[in-house]
Design a protein. Structure first.
Length: 435
């Protein structure tokens, strides 16, 4: 296939950006894929020209020169829900795009497709919506041949962020919990959205137009959750509407976790956006872009759920509980040893024949427990710390078996009890991937 030119896809490692890059490559474009951390992404899709594109360092037009060299068009898929964990909402939505627009104008790269979001309006009352709306105004006032696509909730084969949460709620045992439930959504299939992006680069009628890319059927959030539950192959369950007063602490916790680097779609920002607008307005995007959007049930049926989808949905809530339980286990074990359990720890170590070394071993062991327990909660370290925990547990059990083998048959099972904890360490380490 003859190349149609080179397109720079920004956010090419994201949920939407990765599919956009694949669709453009299939349509004959040479894809230069920009991502904050392209090394891992390049292993998944080595056919693209990967490049570092971190909007936090691209706040000046000159910084874009190398990325735009030889490029005919740009598709911007970058977006963050809120600050935290390396995400900078103003850099992603305002400073980076402003510099990109100026750089495109200077370099003669006239074609820009910008992916925004339904509900990106000042009236939504969130920093996410305000900055997204500001970006749209900058794009619209530029000299570029721009197209703005504002997708509604996107249904894709994978699940990240909001779609991950929806699947998890749908797979909840026995009931389907939801805050609100009457909010309207018009889900759009990922393939339909990517087809719109490809068409936007081809069709003159898409230039200097803004489209709300929404699916053909309006659903309540309740109905969408039931649809997903059926797709997962799970038996029907009643929807339980959680009062907002009860949900508020969970949303505030989600805000805090997001600022600490633990991305969570269960935040006050996501709830306010959901309440404001996720359905979008009616417009002629299908006619203008030549795309026939599928019904959400048909879109889901086209990619039947696998056992991996069911596992992911069921483990979505289990994993944070596992991390909290594991970290607190190690932290409290160390603190108890330093506190009320000190004498008992020394007695056991003397029983094992450690003599004058008992105090030092107890102290260093307790300090290690506290350090690992706290370190597990640091988002970049979680998987590695969990592996260290598992390795330390093996060493602990070997030493314990050599010095105090009788505790293996103790009715309270002090050695046996750490074996499932070691399995929990491996679970936490194995499920660390975000994308």
């Amino acid at each position: 296939m003859t190349s149609r030119g080179r397109v720079l896809v920004l956010g090419a490692n994201g949920f939407i950006g990765s599919h956009v890059a694949a669709a453009l490559a299939a349509a004959g474009w040479t894809v230069r894929a920009g991502a904050r951390r392209p090394a891992e992404a390049a292993r998944r899709a080595p056919q693209y020209e990967w490049a570092v594109a971190d909007f936090r360092t691209l706040g000046a037009p000159a910084a874009w020169e190398a990325l735009l060299e030889g490029v005919e068009a740009v598709v911007n898929c970058v977006g963050v829900l809120q600050d935290g964990g390396g995400d900078d909402i103003r850099a992603a939505h305002v400073l980076g795009p402003r510099a990109l627009i100026a750089a495109c104008e200077a370099a003669g790269v006239n074609r820009l497709v910008h992916l925004s979001a339904v509900g990106a309006e000042d009236a939504a009352g969130t920093a996410y919506a305000r900055t997204k709306a500001e970006t749209e105004r900058m794009v619209q006032s530029s000299r570029l041949e721009w197209t703005i696509l504002r997708p509604s909730l996107v249904l894709g084969r994978g699940a990240f962020g909001g779609t991950g949460l929806i699947r998890a709620l749908a797979a909840f045992p026995g009931v389907i919990p939801v805050v609100g439930g009457a909010q309207a959504v018009r889900p759009v299939a990922m393939d339909d959205l990517t087809a719109a992006v490809v068409a936007a680069l081809d069709r003159p009628q898409a230039v200097r137009r803004r489209f709300d890319v929404a699916g053909p059927r309006r659903l309540s959030l309740d109905q969408l959750l039931k649809l997903y539950r059926g797709w997962l192959g799970l038996p029907a369950a009643p929807v339980i509407r959680v009062p907002r007063a009860i949900a508020a602490p969970a949303l505030r916790l989600g805000d805090l976790l997001a600022r600490m680097g633990w991305f969570s779609p269960l935040t006050s920002t996501s709830m306010r956006q959901l309440d404001h607008d996720v359905a979008g307005r009616d417009d002629d995007w299908q006619e203008a872009l030549g795309v026939r959007a599928r019904d959400p049930a048909a879109a889901l049926s086209a990619t039947p759920a696998s056992v991996q989808d069911v596992w992911h949905a069921r483990l979505w809530f289990v994993r944070p509980v596992a991390i909290a339980a594991l970290g607190l286990f190690w932290l409290l074990t160390g603190l108890i040893t330093f506190g009320p359990g000190w004498e008992r720890a020394i007695t056991v170590l003397h029983e094992g024949g450690y003599g004058r070394w008992a105090g030092a071993i107890a102290g260093w062991g307790a300090a290690l427990d506290v350090a690992l327990g706290l370190a597990l909660f640091a988002r970049p370290w979680t998987a590695r710390v969990a592996i260290v925990m598992a390795a330390a547990t093996v060493g602990y059990l070997v030493a314990a078996t050599l010095s105090l083998p009788q505790y293996w048959v103790d009715p309270l099972g002090p050695w046996l009890k750490v074996v499932p904890m070691m399995a929990l360490c491996l679970f936490v380490a194995a499920t660390d991937a975000r994308r």
